[in-house]
Design a protein around this ligand. Structure first.
Ligand SMILES: [Zn+2]
Length: 584
């Protein structure tokens, strides 16, 4: 993806962006010497271990290890894609992203076009709502006032077949965009018509507030009652959350966030002061959704209908929430009594009662145990082994630890046996084998000279442009040498580049992760000394290599081929660089 944006522009962006300003609008930072500190937004903490280094364009948390560049922060914190993060930053700095010289990559131009046309459709729907009494009356009947309708930009798609088509399809290209955006349908006979007709329209926005799709509630008796935009290049149901943009308007991290099933639930709850609330869009709650939610708030309340589809949706959410269980964010479940939904319940019982229900929501573990136990008859042997069989795949989703213990303990208690007996029961149940996990690789020992040199350049890129190229570096065969040469060249060719800029160069490179780790490790306090230390390290790498080759070749002197003879002669001739030689 990054290839669509010229590298030079990304360099410029990372060099010009003020990382303290970007992070500072989202996390409270305090100056501490040359760096800034704050409470880490990626893990829960009481004393600040999150540091931002303005000159390097890099942040790092000593608590949880989170680290990245300015662009990376926007990706991680605002949950943006790379291109989106670059756009956001460019916007902020008032920079125009240059159009790539090569033909635009697949999709990029398209995407801009889709955002634009979706935004225009949004305006048409909003205007149409103001002019349609039936739609206004419907909203009033549902208890939605003008302020809430305005805040969520609710609109109306008129009854005709070609409202949007007529207004926006000036040429074939735009018809194409309308079809791609899911606003217009083309049938097999080639006839084109508006997808949304006679519906109250709920625009779905991304985190930046751009309309990416719509949900439409039919007025009157039509089918289907609710209709969403189809999947498009900009609208992915497994990722989008209705109300997320509005939820993000609240400053800071929300204490809790409510997840419901429908748009009207979101609007209605907001109007009753229960917010932020978001809705999934006719799809199960995915792990991607849950990841976004746990970033927004300390307590995520899944509030689903108590009917069969609602319970199924809650179960899926619980399953996908399991990998996040036991962390700092509380995940709780509330099933609304059958026949009601969050919207009807809050209108019927009022905000206070609803809030009480929310505060009594079940923890994930209790919800899971309760749902499992409901499926079996506990007083029979069969029932117990069935419970063990049902529990096995669920437990398989959690890593060993306190949380798993807790869950096993609760299940054992339900059956009335000891935890050990229950574990034995689970073991006895045949289940699909879990995929083997790769053993964690731990690197021991002192970091190699190559690694040290890479770290040095990462921290002090300017040092690279101040030193002479180390001769013979390309002949060294040691792990990481190619990376060292590459990063040395980039830093030398771009004297303005900072740590963040270097990391951006490697974002999509398999080495990027290692570089990120290296950027976290402090190497040297004294920037002034960096060029000298770098020259010294490079010299030592080459010298060590020569020594090794020399002793190898001398040891096999009688059996050397022509090339090796030549190499040996050169090695013997060239004054060996000693390790303690100081750079000028
Ligand atoms: Zn952290």
């Amino acid at each position: 993806m990054s290839t669509l944006i010229p590298q030079a522009f990304i360099d410029e962006l990372t060099a010009r962006a003020d990382i303290v300003e970007v992070i500072g609008t989202r996390v409270q930072l305090k100056k501490a010497g040359k760096i800034y500190k704050g409470l880490c937004p990626f893990h829960e903490e009481k004393t600040p271990s999150f540091t931002v280094e303005p000159t390097k364009g890099f942040y790092h948390c000593f608590g949880c290890g989170a680290h990245d560049t300015t662009i990376g922060f926007l990706m991680n914190y605002d949950n943006l894609g790379f291109v989106e993060a670059v756009e956001e930053l460019a916007d902020k700095l008032g920079l125009e992203i240059p159009t790539p010289e090569v033909s635009p990559g697949p999709g990029q131009d398209d995407k801009y076009n889709l955002y634009r046309i979706l935004g225009e459709a949004d305006q048409i729907y909003r205007k149409a709502l103001r002019e349609n009494q039936t739609a206004i009356k419907y909203l009033q009947k549902r208890g939605i006032d003008g302020a809430a309708a305005g805040r969520f930009a609710i609109g109306y798609a008129p009854e005709g077949w070609d409202t949007v088509l007529k207004a926006l399809a000036q040429n074939e290209e735009q018809v194409d965009a309308l079809i791609k955006a899911g606003l217009v349908v083309e049938n097999e006979a080639g006839r084109r018509y508006d997808r949304f007709r006679n519906r109250v329209m709920f625009p779905i926005r991304d985190q930046r507030g751009r309309v990416i799709g719509f949900g439409g509630r039919v007025l009157g008796k039509g089918e289907p009652k609710y209709m969403n935009s189809p999947e498009t290049p900009v609208f992915h149901k497994g990722r989008a959350l209705y109300g997320l943009h509005e939820a993000r308007q609240h400053p800071g991290r929300a204490r809790e966030i409510v997840v419901v099933e429908g748009y009207l639930d979101v609007v209605s709850l907001a109007q009753h002061g229960i917010e932020p609330a978001v809705a999934t869009l006719g799809t199960a709650t995915t792990t991607d959704h849950i990841r976004q939610l746990t970033r927004l708030s300390d307590r995520v309340i899944f509030c689903f209908d108590g009917d069969r589809p609602g319970r199924a949706a809650a179960w899926r959410a619980a399953e996908n929430a399991l990998p996040h269980a036991g962390g700092q964010v509380e995940l709780v479940f509330l099933l609304i009594p059958e026949g009601e939904d969050p919207d009807s319940l809050v209108r019927l019982k009022g905000a206070e009662t609803f809030k009480k229900l929310l505060s009594g929501a079940l923890p994930l573990s209790s919800f899971l145990v309760g749902e499992l136990v409901k499926q079996v008859e506990l007083d029979s042997v069969d029932g117990r082994s069935k419970l063990a069989a049902l529990a096995k795949p669920v437990l398989g989703k959690i890593s060993e630890g306190v949380y798993r213990e807790l869950l096993v303990g609760q299940l054992a208690e339900k059956i009335g046996i000891t935890q050990d007996r229950f574990e034995a029961l689970i073991l006895a149940e045949k289940a699909r084998p879990l995929p083997a996990r790769p053993a964690p690789s731990i690197k021991h020992g002192r970091p190699s000279l190559v690694r040290q040199a890479i770290g040095l350049i990462l921290h002090f890129p300017r040092a690279a442009s101040q030193v002479e190229p180390a001769e013979g570096l390309e002949k060294v065969n040691q792990p990481g040498i190619e990376l060292l040469i590459r990063i040395l060249e980039i830093a030398r060719d771009n004297p303005q580049i900072n740590t963040g800029g270097l990391l951006e160069r490697f974002r999509e490179d398999p080495n990027g992760r290692h570089l990120g780790e290296l950027a976290k490790e402090p190497v040297l306090d004294d920037a002034e000394a960096a060029p000298r230390v770098l020259v010294d390290s490079l010299g030592r790498i080459v010298a060590n290599h020569r020594k090794e080759r020399l002793s190898l070749l001398l040891g096999r002197r009688s059996e050397l081929n022509e090339d090796e003879e030549a190499e040996l002669r050169t090695l013997l001739r060239s004054p060996e660089k000693t390790t303690d030689k100081k750079a000028p």
